[in-house]
Design a protein around this ligand. Structure first.
Ligand code: ADP
Ligand code: MG
Length: 234
């Protein structure tokens, strides 16, 4: 079981307030790893640490055995970390195909075959020639995931990819995530849709107030009393 992404004892402070306090997460190759927790618990901050948008005050990040916590985001993209953004960050006046062809922050430019493969996986292949601005919100979100996948990252960071999706689109997303986790690929998934998390994840880490309160299989997490208390207390 190869640990593709190892996050160890990470601290992040914003103006003296700890957003992450000694957080460790191991993401295994071939796994979809869920990251859940109440609003403000530090999920997006941890994604920023993994993707290189934030440098932790303490702790390490390893990608396939190499320390990367000091590498900026564009280098980490070249190293094989792909991500989507909560704000999507698509080019509205470009076509879907053009958006998928643009490598994210320094990532390699995907080939046409990768673009078509990613669009097919996310169910947006029929919309490759349409302008992003013409698409409804849910389709745009699927395009943003397809763009990250088209770069064939080794580790894919997804921050709430199902927000605003219809039920059918969420199911399509779940199937795509299961299909791309190959032996050499892993996904770290932040998501509020518990049905999606419990349906697609191999492991789940739960954050509360910047710390890990539980880690386990979906079945273990669903029945964990600390997790239930954290959510009921929200
Ligand atoms: P989540 O994604 O789980 O909702 P975040 O990682 O966005 O949580 O935020 C964790 C904590 O860090 C929150 O208390 C939030 O207010 C704070 N925080 C996040 N980003 C910043 C920032 N850029 N500046 C100051 N505080 C921040
Ligand atoms: Mg967030």
């Amino acid at each position: 079981m190869t640990r593709l992404l190892r996050i160890r004892d990470v601290d992040v402070e914003f103006g003296g307030v700890k957003a992450l306090d000694g957080v460790s997460v191991d993401v295994t190759a071939g796994h979809v790893h869920g990251l859940i927790g109440p609003n403000g618990s530090g999920k997006s901050t941890l994604m920023d640490v993994a993707g290189g948008f934030l440098r932790p005050a303490r702790g390490t990040v390893e990608l396939a055995g190499r320390r990367v916590e000091r590498r900026p985001a564009h280098r980490r993209a070249r190293d094989g970390i792909g991500r989507t953004f909560q704000g999507l960050e698509l080019f509205d006046d470009l076509s879907v195909a053009e958006n998928l062809s643009v490598g994210l922050v320094g990532g390699a430019r995907p080939a046409r075959a990768d673009v078509e493969w990613a669009a097919g996986l996310l169910g947006v292949a029929d919309e490759l020639d349409r302008l992003v601005v013409e698409l409804p919100h849910g389709r745009r979100r699927l395009v943003s995931v397809a763009r990250a996948i088209a770069g064939r990252p080794r580790v894919l960071l997804l921050d709430e990819p199902a927000a605003g999706l219809e039920t059918g689109e969420t199911a399509e997303l779940g199937r795509a995530l299961r299909e791309i986790v190959a032996p050499e690929t892993a996904i770290l998934l932040v998501e509020h849709d518990m049905q999606l998390v419990m349906g697609v994840c191999d492991r789940v880490t739960v954050l509360q107030l910047g710390g890990v309160i539980a880690e386990g299989s979906p079945a273990e997490i669903r029945t964990d009393p600390r997790v239930r208390a954290a959510y009921l207390g929200e």
